[in-house]
Design a protein around this ligand. Structure first.
Ligand code: MG
Ligand code: ZN
Length: 199
């Protein structure tokens, strides 16, 4: 059976919204409130261009923070709504949104499981294929993490690793973690991705 649509699968944190820098603790982490959300520069232009090129936009995100009680389900929902609405106000509608709230160390039993949807597992990709009739070979996974690239590679998508820190040492670490899988492209900024997918 042939699938007819092509998609851009997007990681959320570090791709659509920025990772949050906590001044008090000097650490960079996933935003944990609406107040901490800032969109990645160039993301709106990129997503609008991807739509023009005929791609569906499908967000696939690991969000274990609810299960480990770092944020409430309510806060998670508020953040999700805020992101969706802000994108809409910039003329962008996500075609699909899939959030994995599970983690094997979750303290809330409902979320404590070794699920099939947490990247690098590919459950949500397969679900999206069914939901949106997606041809994975014509599709891309764009992420800033090793799990994004492994998952995208394993389902047969082309992969783009967006890494703000592209230095020799960092690349060495990445290469080890990727276990021999190479992203098709490695870029520093999301604005560079547009030219890659246009071809
Ligand atoms: Mg990320
Ligand atoms: Zn899951």
């Amino acid at each position: 059976m042939r699938h007819k649509n092509k998609a851009i699968f997007l990681d959320r944190d570090g791709i659509v919204i920025k990772m949050h820098y906590d001044r008090n603790f000097g650490i960079i982490d996933t935003p944990i409130s609406v107040k901490q959300i800032e969109f990645v520069p160039g993301i709106f232009e990129f997503l609008r261009a991807a739509k023009r090129f005929g791609f569906l936009l499908v967000l696939i995100s690991n969000q274990p923070a609810v299960g480990i009680k770092k944020i409430s389900l309510q806060t998670h929902k508020e953040m999700k709504t805020y992101i969706t609405k802000t994108l809409q106000s910039h003329g962008i509608t996500l075609d699909g949104e899939y959030y994995c709230l599970h983690h094997s160390y979750a303290s809330i039993s409902k979320y404590k499981k070794d699920c099939v949807c947490r990247k690098p597992k590919t459950g949500f990709f397969m679900q999206a294929v069914k939901d949106y009739d997606i041809d994975l070979k014509q599709s891309w996974m764009i992420g800033d993490g090793v799990y994004d690239i492994i998952a995208g590679h394993n389902v047969g998508c082309k992969t783009i690793l967006v890494g703000n820190i592209i230095e020799a040492e960092y690349l060495d670490i990445l290469e080890k973690k990727l276990e021999g899988i190479k992203p098709d492209y490695l870029v520093k900024y999301i604005s560079e991705v547009k030219n890659l997918i246009e071809k």
